[in-house]
Write a protein that binds this ligand. Structure first.
Ligand SMILES: Cc1cc2nc3c(=O)[nH]c(=O)nc-3n(C[C@H](O)[C@H](O)[C@H](O)COP(=O)(O)OP(=O)(O)OC[C@H]3O[C@@H](n4cnc5c(N)ncnc54)[C@H](O)[C@@H]3O)c2cc1C
Length: 511
């Protein structure tokens, strides 16, 4: 049996595993990814990335050639870009983001994103073991180990930490003894690409019928992507292969007339079965993405949520391995990301409740329809679906109104020239932004973390009425100048501060 050694072992090289691998390798971590499949699956899945995920990925240097970073310059702070979306299949939800940010919704096929992320992970230096299925995971007081079977036989890999990004049926979750809260399936849904005998039978769009839903997307050359929702009950066997005949019967039953179809591809079943791990951490083992949370795929939030897990965990794990993390920093991964997934599970269940074809639901649906019509929804639902309402729990005594909020992109005139927040965060370092002369004392107090923290002196910005801000590598504000200086926040996040140690981290800073 071959032996390998890594600082972080990742099981599952789907989109979440590949982003995490690139984050870690970018910080100089020896990172190994075990992925059971030899190639990225072409099965149609996610097509939507929501605003907070796009904003985060752009800051971390992803999506070049896929998303642009937004317009800065002389825009007023209130300029926004709107994109239409839906809530529970009802049109009228406007997802908006500041105009200096990328477009709030990125439409891109999941398999294209996965190839992009894998390439970034490889370039950063992660070792990707494709075709290797992990069969066993172990952890001890000093480290972790996995056993994998692949084309060249059996491999054992030891490491300091292990992350399970191995999807809904996660072996890591089961093998490491994580428990979860589950919500049983109450509906049955089907997906498939087919050719309709008569394309006019089902025009493109969301069709609510007396019995459920049919969602149709015309792919060109006569091919149609179908999704069905039947609220009469769960699939008797969710994992049984779906046949064309079953899909045809289901679509016809939902439509109330015969819909003939042929040439099936990618037939599958899904449901509203939901799961949330009770904790995202068990000592040296972590969960992220679908391995940690699962829900009904309404509103396209699963991939977006998982990618935010990966970015949140990446820098915390890297700084911990390098010895420049504050006490308890790794635990904040669970504290910050698990409530976010619970919120997604809750909103998908709420949307599904609104989608049920029951007469007693109709008035509620009409009410939501009215709120959404003509942009009368106040932005609460849009902020929730796009995760732009995320405010991280306060750490320590910091109660400034900025703390835990995401720092939106603004143009900055610095002592080194013109730049913006997105560009500055590309380095993957914590950022101390000092505005005008008032903030210079704060920069002085951060000297113990010189080398780790990037200190930038900028002209005051009207939107940021604060003398100084400390921003985490993932774009959230760790501290804002108020009654206290940044020392407590710097210690909490990055330990007591030692310039020499800090410099060693920088040797591997993401660029
Ligand atoms: C029909 C449908 C539509 C969707 N639409 C959207 C959408 O529009 N927007 C959105 O955000 N989300 C959407 N989702 C959800 C999204 O596809 C998932 O949330 C996403 O794939 C999760 O990524 P992941 O990396 O966590 O897990 P996965 O993509 O499941 O990747 C896990 C990887 O781990 C590997 N693996 C598993 N076990 C092992 C093992 N033992 N050893 C080695 N490797 C292993 C697998 O081969 C796989 O590559 C949709 C899902 C479905 C089903």
């Amino acid at each position: 049996m071959r032996g390998m050694q890594a600082q972080v072992v990742i099981v599952g090289g789907g989109p979440v595993g590949m982003v995490l691998a690139r984050e870690l390798a970018g910080y100089g971590m020896r990172t190994v990814v075990f992925e059971a499949e030899t190639q990225v699956s072409r099965q149609p899945k996610a097509t939507t990335l929501h605003a907070r995920t796009v904003q985060t990925l752009v800051r971390r240097g992803y999506l070049s050639g896929i998303a642009t970073k937004g317009r800065t310059g002389d825009l007023s702070g209130s300029a926004v870009t709107n994109r239409p979306f839906h809530f529970a299949g009802m049109p009228g939800l406007a997802i908006s983001a500041p105009a200096a940010e990328p477009e709030p919704i990125l439409k891109c096929a999941q398999d294209d994103l996965e190839r992009h992320f894998e390439q970034r992970a490889r370039v950063a230096g992660a070792r990707i073991m494709r075709g290797y299925r992990v069969t066993e995971v172990r952890q001890g007081a000093d480290g972790v180990a996995v056993v994998a079977e692949g084309p060249d036989g059996r491999v054992t890999c030891t490491g300091d930490y292990l992350v399970g990004t191995d999807g809904a049926r996660s072996l890591v979750r089961k093998g490491a003894g994580f428990t979860s809260r589950t919500y049983p399936a109450t509906v049955s849904a089907m997906a498939g690409d087919v050719r309709l005998d008569s394309a006019e039978d089902l025009p493109p769009g969301w069709h609510r019928t007396a019995r459920g839903w049919i969602v149709t997307k015309h792919l060109g050359a006569g091919a149609v992507r179908l999704r069905t929702l039947n609220c009469e009950g769960a699939h008797p066997d969710r994992h049984a292969p779906l046949t064309l005949e079953e899909l045809r019967a289901e679509v016809s039953w939902l439509a109330g007339r015969d819909i003939a179809m042929s040439e099936p591809r990618w037939l599958s079943r899904f449901s509203d079965f939901s799961r949330l791990a009770d904790s995202y951490r068990k000592d040296r083992v972590f969960l992220a993405g679908d391995a940690a949370h699962l829900h009904f795929p309404i509103g396209g939030q699963g991939l977006s949520t998982g990618l935010l897990d990966a970015v949140n965990l990446g820098w915390k794990l890297a700084f911990t391995v390098r010895g420049t993390a504050g006490e308890g920093l790794l635990d904040t991964y669970d504290e910050e990301r698990r409530p976010a997934a619970q919120r997604v599970i809750d909103n998908t269940r709420a949307q599904l409740a609104l989608m049920r074809p029951a007469p007693e639901i109709d008035p509620l649906r009409d009410l939501f329809g009215e709120l959404l019509a003509g942009g009368r929804e106040s932005g609460v639902l849009a902020s929730m679906i796009s995760a732009q309402d995320t405010v991280l729990p306060a750490r320590g005594a910091d109660s400034s109104p900025w703390g835990g909020r995401f720092l939106h992109n603004v143009d900055l005139m610095t002592d080194k020239g013109r730049t913006d927040v997105i560009s500055l965060l590309g380095e993957g370092r914590p950022l101390l932004l000092v505005f005008g002369d008032l903030g210079h004392d704060y920069a002085e107090q951060a000297r113990g973390w010189a080398g780790l923290v990037q200190v930038v002196y900028a002209e005051p910005v009207p939107q940021l009425s604060c003398p100084a801000l400390l921003v985490r590598p993932d774009g959230y504000i760790a501290w804002a100048a108020g009654s206290d200086g940044p020392t407590a926040a710097l210690t909490g996040y990055f330990g007591p501060g030692a310039a020499a140690e800090a410099r060693s981290v920088l040797a591997g800073t993401v660029s």
